[in-house]
Design a protein around this ligand. Structure first.
Ligand SMILES: NC(=O)c1ccc[n+]([C@@H]2O[C@H](COP(=O)([O-])OP(=O)(O)OC[C@H]3O[C@@H](n4cnc5c(N)ncnc54)[C@H](OP(=O)(O)O)[C@@H]3O)[C@@H](O)[C@H]2O)c1
Length: 244
């Protein structure tokens, strides 16, 4: 199989887009390290993989905590694929933004992928191959009221994608971003409800929400050698929302 012998760490794969990504990577033969804070949901993701004959294990981590992050990096070991997906989405108008959720957003959405990549990229560089996929959002490109901090963390992640490509790609490690549009996941439904999600969906050219699988397919593509000539790129998987 395409990814036999490869190890993939997918952060935030206890739910949503990344749980689907973990399933796709495992179905292609990768051994997947599933991670998140919830052991219960982590076990559920692992079960959906192992029930299909795939390889997966769960490592609990709260990525807003650096000790927990370094424990995850040590447990994962030398990975071939890193998907920086875990994120939080505490929306608030700028004038009402509280400092605690501002700091939590920076810690989870930016500091975590930064130091996880710093911990795991050296083994990829030493091996001369590897793929890092960062998960951003269309809101990094278009101004959306109430999403200031979230959007800024993701715009920073897109910038890091370019820097990391410049730092690691000469050694054979590709680094890319997927920037999804509105996708039917817990995060979105909890934050905006069905009606709010449908309103955002209507602003896309296709007029609907993505399924988690549709976004996971793009992450999968970037993670594998199918995207062998892509690095430093941000792929908009947003039904045209940032195109027109
Ligand atoms: N859904 C959308 O419409 C949409 C649109 C654009 C971009 N995105 C991006 O796509 C990615 C996935 O979103 P989603 O909708 O699939 O989200 P989701 O269903 O809420 O899943 C988020 C995941 O992140 C994990 N997570 C959150 N905080 C964490 C922490 N401190 N430490 C470790 N794990 C943590 C959660 O796991 P635990 O709860 O187990 O910790 C969960 O597995 C995110 O980067 C998001 O910004 C989503």
């Amino acid at each position: 199989m395409e990814l036999t012998g490869k190890i993939a760490l997918v952060t935030g794969s206890t739910a949503g887009i990344a749980a689907e990504t973990a399933r796709l990577l495992a179905a292609a033969g990768a051994e997947v390290v599933v991670s998140g804070r919830s052991a219960e949901r982590g076990a559920a993701t692992v079960r959906t993989i192992t029930d299909q004959g795939g390889l997966a294990r769960f490592v609990a981590a709260d990525l807003s905590d650096l000790d927990s992050l370094h424990h995850l990096a040590a447990e994962a070991g030398a990975v071939d694929i890193l998907v920086n997906n875990a994120a939080i989405f505490p929306g608030a108008p700028t004038v009402a933004q509280d400092v605690a959720s501002f700091d939590a957003s920076l810690a989870t959405n930016i500091r975590a992928p930064y130091f996880l990549t710093a911990a795991l990229a050296p083994a990829m560089v030493a091996k001369g191959s590897g793929s890092i996929v960062n998960v951003s959002t269309m809101a990094a490109k278009v101004g959306m009221p109430g999403l200031s901090v979230y959007s800024a963390t993701k715009a920073a992640l897109e910038s890091l994608t370019r820097t990391w490509a410049a730092e690691f790609s000469p050694a054979g490690v590709r680094v890319n971003t997927v920037a999804p549009g509105p996708t039917r996941t817990e995060m979105v439904l909890a934050a905006m409800g069905e009606e709010g999600a449908q309103q955002v969906a209507k602003t896309t050219l296709l007029g609907r929400l993505a399924t988690p699988r549709e976004i996971a397919e793009v992450i999968f593509f970037l993670a594998t050698d199918r995207a062998g000539y892509l690095t430093g790129a941000t792929i908009a998987a947003d039904a045209g929302r940032t195109a027109a």
